[in-house]
Write a protein that binds this ligand. Sequence first.
Ligand SMILES: [Mg+2]
Length: 367
Amino acid sequence: MKITAIRLTRLNLPLDPPFNAAWDPEPRRAFPATLVTVETDEGVVGYGSGDTMDGFEAFEHLFLGTDPLQIINQVRRIETINFHGGRYWPLEAALWDIIGQVAGMPVAVLFGGARDRLPAYASSGELLAPEARAESALAAKAVGFRAMKIRIARDRTDEGIAAVRAAREAVGDDFDLMVDLNQMWRMSGDIEAALPLAKVHRLAAELAELGVLWLEEPLPQVDVPGAQRVRAQTGLQLSGGEMVRSLPEMMALIEQDAFDIYQPDVALAVGMYRARQVAESANLRHRFFTPHTWTNGLGLLANLHVAAGVDAGPYLEFPYDPPGWTPERRDFFMTPITIDPHGDVVVPDRPGLGVEIDHDAVAHYTV
Ligand SMILES: [Mg+2]
């Protein structure tokens, strides 16, 4: 089989009202996405998305005429480009979509087939006042979620703790809460200092009192000793690694026992094939793997297949913070992914990734 064409379709969904992501200093008034379509000489077509693919046109020729089924060669090819420029993992997702269709199986089966569904956590994204965040947690619980992640801004930690406390009081103890400080990577141009270790330590101790399941990326990536101290002294689980730039970087964190939960995104960080190795390495050391998924619905789907295949846990991230972030906005160019009444996200049982592209939406939002 040969790749005959790789098409990048640039999409842009206007957001009105805007979405105020906690990690972004500017309100988001539009949501861009790039849909990767890979065509083959045998008529099989694969789709991927989840990163911008900016600059890919300069490297497209390296893939045309190659065999999409030789996936390790394709992964290595993508990694040679990562070294110099952008990370083109959405292409790998499209190739796995092809491989799954050729095999006649969901990609999750090719990754181990451990599960056909995973419990989802509502991953919120906005900084809300305590009362509003408590209401949102109750609403998430009412639609079936068994867990929610809450963002705390590094310059508003008291308010953040108050929001977690309010959510805990609202939902009770039979609902998991996680907290994300987003200190391990930065939006371009964000040069403010990270929280000092002593402050993170106090924050973690308060979150442990509130029964938080894990604290995500509380420190810069280099501060592995700090993360280990916080874990040892508070008993709180720490997670991280959603945006690491390579597999060796991720493996070094695992070998140092930096975290309890490792979260590389298959669309943004290490790709799908390499994420399986991360999962196996973490599991062998009695640690968790569960990927970051905050891109768009097709990125979420690629992460879901890997996560279900390798038995990720304890939950899968499900970006969800209505009205700012809904499955309809997140998945605007495809049939939206939803949770079932038990709070599980179910792996599509169609061959490949099982995405249902909404071609009318693609045509409408193409820029
Ligand atoms: Mg995070």
